[in-house]
Structure formats: C-alpha cells, structure tokens
Design a protein around this ligand. Structure first.
Ligand code: PRP
Ligand code: 7HP
Length: 180
C-alpha cells in the first residue's frame, strides 16, 4: 500500500509537537469556559482524539458529518449534512475541529449554519490549510500547518477511504485534483 504514498509533508513528530502547542493555547483561552469540541467527520477524528487528550480543561464532544451535494454544486459550497450535531449549541463555546481546509467552502458553509444556532463563541481549529487554493476568507484561530496545494493523506485524511491511519501526512504519487 505504501507504493502509492509520496513525500512526507508533516512528520509524526511535527504533528505531535504542534498538537501540544495548540492544546496549550486552547486550554489557556478556554480555562474559564465550558468548551464544546465539534469534530467534522470523518477526517478530523484522529486530530480531535489527540488534541483533546492534550487539553488540560474539561471538554465535551459532538460530531457532524457533511458531504458535497455533487459536482455541479461543489463550487457553490453547498454541503449536505449527513449527521447533524446532537447538542443544542445556543449559548455554548464551540470550537470546530477540522483536518484540512482546502477551498474553505465546507467550513464557510458550516460557520454560517452554526451561527444561526447562536453559539456564545465559535472558532476554528484546523490541522492543515492550503492557502493557495482557499477561495473564501476564514478566520482560522488555531492552525497547525500551511501546506502546498497538493492532495495529501494520513492522520485522518484519505484517498478513496484509505490511508487515514498513517501517523504522518504525505502526498500521493497518483495525481489527484485539489482545490475543486
Ligand atoms: C474534507 C475535509 C474537509 C473538506 C475540505 O472532507 O475533511 O471537510 O474536505 O475541503 P474544502 O475546504 O474544499 O471544503 P471530505 O469531503 O474529504 O470528507 P472526509 O473528512 O470524510 O474524508
Ligand atoms: C479533502 C481532502 N481529502 C484528502 N486529502 C486532501 O488533500 C483533501 N483536500 N480536501
């Protein structure tokens, strides 16, 4: 399976150090608040699991699963909610945890959707961002790494549902379009 994997962009050690650094900042910023972590399935599961274990404050968890409507509406940024939040987020301190921001359209949609539910605060924590292909402006308060506009796998990210379990982030030898 490793034959398809290209160069390592972010090593296991770099991820571990960054997760600790982000968790420290988040623990300080939310020390007097009740934090609700919202993971975007599936890709964020590994980052969320590691990040949350480095937090030194009590937290609660919720998850949302989304998918693009289809090739035509992908560019419109409209996403379909496959599994909605269980929590009522009105008045809550919500931190969205995402694996990768590519065009930014998914998060842009979710931010607008969540704001309607009137959380007390709403912030983004993303492991990876590809600034070259981002099409909407987002305020990413907690960011792990800015990477080139290459399709990547590992640490939660997949290609055809494979490679999510890699401990590092790597490119694929097979060329895959990124940035939609
Ligand atoms: C990925 C990723 C983001 C989105 C980013 O999810 O987890 O949610 O795409 O792309 P964008 O910034 O261009 O909107 P994907 O649809 O691959 O689902 P998955 O997390 O289940 O793998
Ligand atoms: C989605 C996605 N999934 C895996 N790898 C990437 O680089 C990706 N960008 N957007």
């Amino acid at each position: 399976m490793e034959n398809e994997i290209g160069e390592v962009l972010v090593t296991e050690e770099e991820i571990r150090a960054k997760v600790k650094e982000l968790a420290k900042r988040i623990s300080e910023d939310y020390k007097d608040k009740e934090l609700l972590l919202v993971g975007i399935l599936k890709g964020a599961f590994m980052f969320l699991a590691d990040l949350s274990r480095e937090l030194t404050i009590p937290v609660q968890f919720d998850f949302i699963a989304v998918s693009s409507y289809g090739s035509i509406s992908k560019s419109s940024g409209v996403v379909r909610i496959l599994k909605d939040l269980e929590a009522d987020i009105e008045g809550r301190h919500v931190l969205i945890v995402e694996d990768v921001i590519d065009t930014g359209l998914t998060l842009n949609y979710l931010i607008r959707n969540f704001k309607v539910r009137r959380p007390a605060t709403l912030e983004i924590c993303a492991l990876l961002s590809k600034p070259e292909v981002q099409r909407v402006s987002l305020n990413i308060k907690y960011l792990g790494f800015s990477i080139p506009a290459k399709f990547v796998v590992g640490y939660g990210l997949d290609f055809a549902e494979k490679y999510r379990n890699l401990k590092h982030v790597a490119t694929l030898k097979t060329k895959v379009a990124t940035g939609r």
